[in-house]
Design a protein around this ligand. Structure first.
Ligand SMILES: [Zn+2]
Length: 425
């Protein structure tokens, strides 16, 4: 039976550190049961494992809390497994054996998302607001019902609003003795995570997993045929979730093929604008498909909870209150739809960047495998026509488009500018 870290692909160093920390956390609990609960060592202003103070270990003894701290940041490129790592570590902290065995109730309920002392924040909109964060911090301060740790996992901590970040910072600065915060962010750059929060956390950097490691996990865990797994792992450029979707979902494969058909369609100005429209509309359609089901279910659940259609006394007041709640739900759903559209568009741009990257490496004669094996011939033709410089300019146009959208340029404008640049070279 594989343990909770088995799905963390190609991250041996991070896994070793997390195993040590889980063992240390377990030792803290044992020491606490035998004596008084020793406090965890807070990460100092420098914040890293190397520079964390060793604590006041008894002479000849080992401080039980060395190796463990109460606030962590998992960083790495999208798809490297930040949230997988955070969840696995949460499970190891709740594991009755302190190892993340994968079999005990603590491990299984955490991995299944039902452990009472593990709270997971997955932002659906563009940001995590302050009210959500305050409520979370408050609940996280309570005594763990399972007797181990209160664990708060915040996925996409880079989407915290400034006010929410401040609320979180307060909790991290004066943490309740049994509360552990696990944040996930693309990097520790100040754009992603505030310097003050970062200074209180230990950082676990994850790398982009190699395609072979991704393919291996698709075969082992998902039962995907080895040749399909290898193709999908390369095409997904190290993004584990994306590789699984490509291997399993014909719709995802169709969307990718449409994106990779863009370069050969750019025959003129009109074609460039058409390609921009097609890309935007495909992203909208993909996003709509992904959120519609959840939207409808949420609205129905809220209407039931509010007793829609009631006619008794007090119904009028209830309806007034209901209007506010429905409005709040609509706002949240709109924010989620916008996020889903941006994510879909970004995936398309990453695929397109992979194509021009292939052209560039071929023009340079670099001895590396192509990202998209199925369009390698087309990328090779581009390499001959454009040379390395032309391929590089096109790759830069795609990356500039991503950056512009991230900086809130209207997606249609950014994509149109990119298509024109790709056509002109
Ligand atoms: Zn366990």
């Amino acid at each position: 039976m594989p343990d909770v870290f088995a799905d963390l692909v190609g991250q041996d160093e991070a896994v070793a550190e997390l195993r040590r920390a889980a063992a240390a956390a377990s030792a803290v609990l044992r020491a606490g049961a035998a004596d008084r609960a020793p406090a965890l060592i807070a990460a100092g202003p420098a914040g890293d494992a190397e520079s964390a103070p060793a604590g006041d270990a008894a002479p000849g003894g080992v401080d039980p809390s060395a190796g463990m701290t109460h606030a962590w940041i998992f960083t790495g490129p999208p798809g490297s497994g930040r949230s997988v790592a955070a969840r696995a570590f949460a499970a190891a902290l709740q594991c009755v054996h302190g190892t993340g065995c994968g079999e005990c109730p603590g491990c299984r309920t955490t991995m299944g998302g039902t452990h009472a002392d593990v709270r997971l924040v997955v932002p659906e909109g563009l940001s995590i607001g302050v009210s959500e964060m305050r409520a979370l911090v408050l609940r996280a301060a309570s005594t763990p019902s399972g007797g181990r740790w209160q664990v708060v996992v915040i996925e996409d901590a880079d989407r915290l609003t400034e006010a929410a970040g401040n609320a979180l910072l307060k909790a991290i600065e004066e943490p309740p003795p049994r509360t552990v915060f696990l944040l996930c962010a693309p990097s520790t750059h100040p754009d992603d995570i505030s310097v003050t929060i970062r200074s209180r956390c230990r950082v676990v950097p994850l790398r982009q997993p190699p395609a072979a490691a991704v393919a291996e996990v698709l075969v082992r865990r998902d039962g995907i045929a080895p040749d399909v797994a290898q193709w999908a792992a390369a095409a997904a450029q190290g993004h584990v979730g994306r590789a699984r979707r490509l291997a399993r979902d014909p719709e995802a494969r169709k969307r990718r093929e449409a994106v990779l058909a863009v370069p050969r369609r750019l025959t003129g100005v009109g074609a460039a604008f058409d390609a921009a429209s097609a890309l935007i509309e495909a992203a909208e359609a993909e996003a709509e498909a992904s959120v519609t089901e959840a939207d409808t279910a949420e609205r129905a659940a809220l209407e039931t909870a509010l007793g829609a259609g009631g006619t008794g006394r007090g119904a009028a007041g209830a309806i007034r209150g209901a209007a506010g709640q429905l409005k709040e739900l609509e706002k949240r759903q709109k924010s989620r739809a916008t996020r889903a559209q941006r994510d879909a568009l970004d995936r398309a741009l990453v695929d397109l960047a992979g194509f021009y990257r292939d052209s560039l490496t071929m023009a340079l004669g670099a001895p590396v495998a192509p990202v998209h094996t199925d369009t390698a011939a087309l990328a090779g033709a581009g390499a001959q026509k454009w040379d390395a410089e032309g391929a590089l300019r096109r790759l830069e146009a795609v990356l500039a488009c991503r950056a512009a959208i991230e900086a809130n340029v209207k997606p249609r404008i950014a994509v149109e500018a990119m298509m024109l640049a790709l056509w002109k070279g």
